[in-house]
Design a protein around this ligand. Structure first.
Ligand SMILES: Cc1cc2nc3c(=O)[nH]c(=O)nc-3n(C[C@H](O)[C@H](O)[C@H](O)COP(=O)(O)OP(=O)(O)OC[C@H]3O[C@@H](n4cnc5c(N)ncnc54)[C@H](O)[C@@H]3O)c2cc1C
Length: 588
């Protein structure tokens, strides 16, 4: 150290990012007795802090160059758009809670030389115990569809019926969800206080799921068992230091370990671009024996691409094996069913219930089906979306309001003696059939991992991915979604973006893939970067192909496996899994 230079803080491990990879790592490593510092660029979100007003939503995006420090980070690449999150707990803050295991037969081992696309250097068997551990920690519960009031959930009833009518009853399920519907051993009841043995890092009481459909914009009741309430609270109790609002800009090798440079946004003036450009703001540097990159598919691959020159011998596979996990959103609209007086609207009520309650599997060739398999799930939404939907038909709304105005005026002028106008006001709201009998459907599956992430001339992340490469997969998905619409007596509405050969991806995967050697991947099957001992990647970027199902559980299970390896190869003595629960400290 040079004279006058400030002593740098040193940790056993620095973790960048607090999503499924980073949070699992933080808890496992801290619990093993390692000194852990986790750096997360986004804010902490205690119950009640997720914005709901139009003004709040306007500021709820991530772009600190423009003074935006919110939850949603949206990317628009040539062939696709991607949605990721920024906040303590990463994608868990905005995800739909589904925790499904990747099917055993889809851990494929293909050879590119023989027309293959992906090689998984781990098997389902390797991950089974890790899946168990994560599922337990995330408190998975299935939607209690056999009990009141949950059994009345219209979209779940409809999806079950669709599966039956399509002859796919065996492949329909209520997937495990990381949501608390009821306290252990008690009947589930919406809105009850959740009993937590150790409290949580926000120091706030949580409530059981109130079925408000707001999972994807942040649950203000704390009903989702997000990473901040589970892994990160436990990590903090075990002594991990969690630094929110700290964005990592770069890292490099230093002595036997790694140095990390980050920008602390905690004093940032929000809502307007910073007066001093971010590139000229003071940064902090900390060091560690080991570094874990868990900034997500986009974040980690970007950091590695930016640092390539500092990392000699890094695999040339960096950026490859990207896929959007076959994501496709479409809609069923205006569903009808036969009633006593002919056809009547079939209620789907997408604003009621958690965002996803059920999952329909369309089997892969490896599972006894044909082609590449996929899943279709009900994609609910917050109730206010229904009001927006109804308000969209301005002409009809204006006509109804004019009719109400006329009726009120008749009463005021004494031309109508009926002073009860309740029915007339109800009439002004409309029949609301359009919003209540329509529902978005979300599909995901085994798309081809042929995309590539790189930096463009401006040094920004970009993706080379084209829908046409996977056209037969997407056509099959669309045909099946159209069938769901048909058996529910509705119309199928394709996502308008798919006419432009574009998709919106909620599950970006790959970019820093696992492989058997540096020629095949960036990291080995334990998450350690080839030729860079002590540098790990633990997040969605390591997946060499799509999970098919929703990926978070697999990302978390892999991180749990990688943690075993890191602990085993740690210089410091480590302790067993059991740790005491110190009082939670608020994270700002
Ligand atoms: C609307 C929606 C619904 C979804 N529903 C489901 C679902 O039901 N089930 C499921 O399995 N998956 C779901 N997903 C996908 C899931 O959220 C992601 O697959 C998962 O979060 C990826 O985990 P990760 O660890 O790779 O990264 P992330 O969870 O994205 O975490 C990365 C973290 O790193 C931080 N970060 C990035 N760059 C930096 C930096 N430079 N410095 C510091 N911090 C940084 C980010 O802020 C973020 O917190 C959904 C996604 C969306 C958008």
């Amino acid at each position: 150290m040079r004279p006058g230079q400030k002593r740098r803080e040193h940790f056993d491990v620095i973790i960048v990012g607090s999503g499924f990879g980073g949070s699992v790592m933080a808890w496992r490593l801290a619990e093993a007795g390692l000194r852990v510092c986790l750096l997360e660029r986004g804010k902490a979100y205690p119950p009640g802090s997720f914005p709901r007003s139009p003004y709040g939503m306007r500021h709820n995006f991530w772009d600190p160059h423009q003074g935006l420090h919110g939850l949603f980070n949206i990317w628009s690449f040539p062939g696709l758009a991607g949605v990721v999150s920024s906040g303590l707990g990463g994608g868990s803050l905005i995800y739909a809670n589904v925790l499904l295991r990747k099917d055993e037969k889809t851990f494929v081992r293909e050879s590119p030389r023989h027309g293959g696309y992906e090689y998984w250097p781990v098997t389902r068997e390797d991950l089974e115990s890790h899946y168990d551990a994560v599922e337990k920690m995330l408190g998975a519960q299935r939607y209690p569809f056999d009990q009141e009031p949950y059994r009345q959930t219209a979209k779940t009833i409809a999806m079950k019926l669709a599966a039956e009518r399509m002859g796919l009853k065996e492949d329909w399920e209520l997937p495990p969800l990381a949501v608390t519907f009821g306290n252990p051993g008690q009947r589930p009841i919406p809105g009850e206080p959740i009993h937590e043995p150790h409290g949580n890092l926000h120091g706030r009481t949580r409530l059981t799921c109130r079925l408000c459909g707001e999972c994807d914009i942040g649950c203000n009741y704390g009903s989702k068992n997000t990473l901040d309430y589970t892994y990160l609270s436990a990590a903090q109790r075990a002594g991990a230091e969690l630094r929110a609002r700290c964005e990592v800009r770069s890292f490099w090798h230093e002595h036997d370990g790694y140095a990390v440079e980050y920008l602390d946004h905690s004093q940032a003036q929000e809502g307007e671009p910073p007066q001093v450009p971010l590139s000229r703001q003071a940064v902090s540097i900390i060091t560690a024996d080991k570094l874990v990159l868990s900034a997500g598919t986009f974040g980690t691959t970007y950091l590695l691409l930016k640092s390539q020159t500092e990392l000699p011998g890094l695999s040339t596979r960096l950026g490859t094996q990207f896929s959007g996990n076959g994501d496709l959103v479409s809609f069923v609209s205006k569903c009808v069913q036969r009633g006593q007086r002919g056809y009547e609207p079939r209620l789907l009520d997408g604003g009621h219930g958690p965002v996803i309650t059920s999952s329909l599997r369309i089997r892969d060739a490896a599972q006894g089906g044909t082609g590449r398999g996929f899943y279709i799930q009900d994609a609910g939404y917050p109730e206010f979306v229904n009001w927006l939907h109804e308000g969209l038909n301005q002409a009809a709304l204006t006509h109804r309001l004019a009719r109400l105005g006329l009726r009120l005026a008749q009463g005021w002028l004494g031309l109508n003696k009926d002073t009860d106008v309740s029915a007339e006001i109800a009439d002004a709201i409309g029949d609301c059939v359009g919003s209540s009998s329509s529902l978005p459907l979300l599909a995901m599956g085994r798309d081809l991992p042929t995309g590539r992430l790189s930096l463009n001339d401006a040094g920004m992340l970009t993706v080379d991915w084209k829908m046409r490469g996977s056209s037969s997969y997407f056509q099959r998905v669309q045909r099946t979604m159209a069938r769901v619409a048909r058996v529910l007596g509705g119309r199928f509405i394709q996502n308008p973006l798919s006419y432009l050969s574009r998709i919106i991806v909620a599950h970006p995967l790959g970019g820093s893939p696992m492989g058997r050697s540096v020629a095949e991947g960036v990291v080995d099957s334990h998450g350690e970067v080839f030729n860079h001992p002590g540098l790990y990647v633990a997040d969605g970027s390591v997946l060499p192909g799509p999970t098919g199902v929703n990926p978070s559980l697999t990302i978390a299970a892999l991180a749990d496996r990688f943690a075993d390896h890191l602990i085993e190869h740690s210089r410091h003595p480590t302790r067993s899994r059991v740790s005491g629960p110190p009082e939670p400290v608020a994270v700002h």
